[in-house]
Write a protein that binds this ligand. Sequence first.
Ligand SMILES: [Cu+2]
Length: 119
Amino acid sequence: MNPRSLASAIAAASLLATAAPALAHAKLVKSDPAANATVHPDLKTITLTFDDPLVAAFSKFTLAMPGMAMPVKTAVSADSKRIVGTLPKPLMKGTYTVAWTAATKDGHKTTGTVKFKVA
Ligand SMILES: [Cu+2]
């Protein structure tokens, strides 16, 4: 490779490196309850925190016990980084799965789950 094409290869590589963050999708950075935590039945809210601002209309989560959906009302926080779910009533003892969808302004959606226990 001559120096000139090497230089353009490096330029192309650094362009790719620069472009990468723009392609990044929202990643879950924190959850409350934490993954696999055991919490009390009087849990009032579930909060998921992401690394990128979310599009509120397409970002949410559901809550379920094995074979049974549980009511939860979700909303995206004012800073757009968190999805907060409000629980209308105390939870039964058992294992719960939070299944989330996080949408970012680039139109990409990421999904994932967080499990926790109520005891
Ligand atoms: Cu993306």
